[in-house]
Design a protein around this ligand. Structure first.
Ligand SMILES: Nc1ncnc2c1ncn2[C@@H]1O[C@H](COP(=O)(O)OP(=O)(O)OP(=O)(O)O)[C@@H](O)[C@H]1O
Ligand SMILES: [Mg+2]
Length: 410
């Protein structure tokens, strides 16, 4: 297999930078051959606050994945977080150009271009256009109109826009770490690729990703991403609360949270047997799981309550038919599903299951989602030398994005 067939994904998370390298298999799966991880001290609440530290973290994680796979990485798909992203619903309409009225690549390309005409403020840039459905001569619900006959082609699309500064910083860090950007992928799409079943995506489901600095809420229905909201709260806030509550340092609090923490007081032990040393004192003290959880539970409740509020704002006072799927580091906390069921007033809440892609460690799930998304959608994302179907989705747009990136990075 030639080198350019390998897929590489980079997830610049608040807790860690993760890199995944995989080999696409003909059956649509990806054989993971390299993984790399490095703490991302330069990211706070999902935002890059220190470029140099972030560049170092990316370079270290890339290095680790390269050594594991025995390959050199030169380009990658980069995950784009929901923070600072806005989704705008828009329509594009064109007349089918061929005399025989057959819809061709060029028509789809033109209608996608028409859909990207939206009013933007100076501080935002379009990063992707996701078609939700095509409409041919008034018949809606068409997923792929290529080869159909018609006179009028319409698309109902989601225009993904990002705040230029945050996008610029992310791209600059990846480039400075010596990696070219092959494409940007919304992490919500990558996560959905491996965490949601096609049926769930069709019926309607909320994917809730509770990370270290942010909680991302994405609604999928009719097989597509429909809406998104982001809350700047996550596991970091739980750790900070615990550190302040017990008067211990942050790293110790993080360790205790992962080892003994629970989202729910109900199932905790009251016996004090966990040793801690409070800041400014050398004396050891014993705390119970219950005392620990007393500092964790309120923040978990707050995150879930605000999540519910965001769902209502998105137009869902009741859960969609397939309910909620929880993912992200915080979702591995004991008892979280029960608490979420109470907050969402429904039993339709489950944890994402990554066994389907052979991942035991959910830490890498977003990056592996990026590889799967790239494997399934890659031909549609680029124009140059990637075969005919490559023209479909991005066309001139991706070229312009690349040109624009080159402009801002140089
Ligand atoms: N077993 C566990 N119990 C409780 N919390 C955990 C556990 N494992 C991980 N976490 C928490 O999950 C968070 C990391 O999650 P994740 O890796 O999804 O975040 P991220 O992708 O780096 O951040 P973000 O998406 O917000 O930028 C951290 O706050 C960490 O403490
Ligand atoms: Mg994340």
């Amino acid at each position: 297999m030639s080198k350019r067939n390998y897929l590489v994904g980079i997830d610049v998370g608040t807790a860690e930078v993760r890199v995944g390298l995989g080999e696409p298999r003909p059956d649509g799966t990806v054989n993971i051959i390299g993984l790399g991880l490095s703490p991302s001290d330069g990211v706070r609440k999902g935002v890059i606050v220190d470029l140099d530290k972030t560049v170092d973290a990316i370079a270290t994680a890339v290095d680790e994945a390269e050594r594991m796979a025995g390959l050199k990485i030169d380009s990658a798909y980069v995950g784009l977080k929901g923070l600072n992203i806005e989704l705008i619903s828009n329509r594009g309409v064109v007349a089918v150009s061929g005399e025989d009225r057959e819809i061709r690549e060029e028509d789809i390309d033109r209608v996608m271009q028409a859909a990207r005409v939206v009013a933007l403020t100076m501080d935002r840039e379009i990063v992707d256009i996701i078609p939700r459905e095509f409409i041919v001569d008034g018949f809606d619900g068409i997923r792929d109109p290529l080869g159909m006959l018609g006179v009028r082609l319409e698309v109902d699309a989601l225009v993904v826009t990002s705040l230029i500064t945050s996008l610029h910083n992310l791209l600059r860090c990846v480039n400075k770490a010596g990696i070219n950007i092959r494409g940007l992928i919304l992490q919500a799409l990558a996560n959905a690729e491996i965490s949601l079943s096609p049926d769930e995506k069709d019926l309607g489901v909320f994917l809730v990703d509770i990370g270290a600095g942010t909680t991302e809420i994405s609604l999928f229905q009719h097989g597509k991403l429909q809406k998104m909201a982001v809350i700047p709260l996550g596991g970091d806030h739980i750790t900070t609360d615990l550190a302040a509550g017990l008067r211990i340092n942050y790293f110790k609090a993080e360790e205790l949270k992962r080892e003994h923490g629970s989202a729910n007081l109900t199932y905790t032990e009251g016996e004090p047997k966990i040793e801690i040393k409070t800041v400014g004192s050398n004396e050891l003290r014993l705390v119970s799981e219950r005392e620990l959880t007393g500092f964790i539970e309120p923040r978990v409740q707050e995150i879930l309550q605000i999540t519910r509020g965001e769902m209502i704002k998105l137009g869902w006072p009741y859960l969609p038919p397939a309910g909620v799927v929880l993912r992200g580091g915080v979702s591995t906390m004991k008892g979280i599903v029960e608490v979420a069921r109470q907050h969402f007033e429904s039993n339709q809440v489950r944890l994402a299951n990554f066994d389907v892609v052979g991942v035991q460690n959910p830490i890498y799930s977003t990056v592996i989602g990026l590889l799967y998304y790239a494997q399934h959608n890659q031909p549609r994302m680029f124009t140059a030398e990637r075969g005919k179907s490559a023209k479909r989705k991005g066309s001139g747009f991706w070229q312009r994005l690349k040109d624009w990136m080159t402009d801002i990075i140089d």
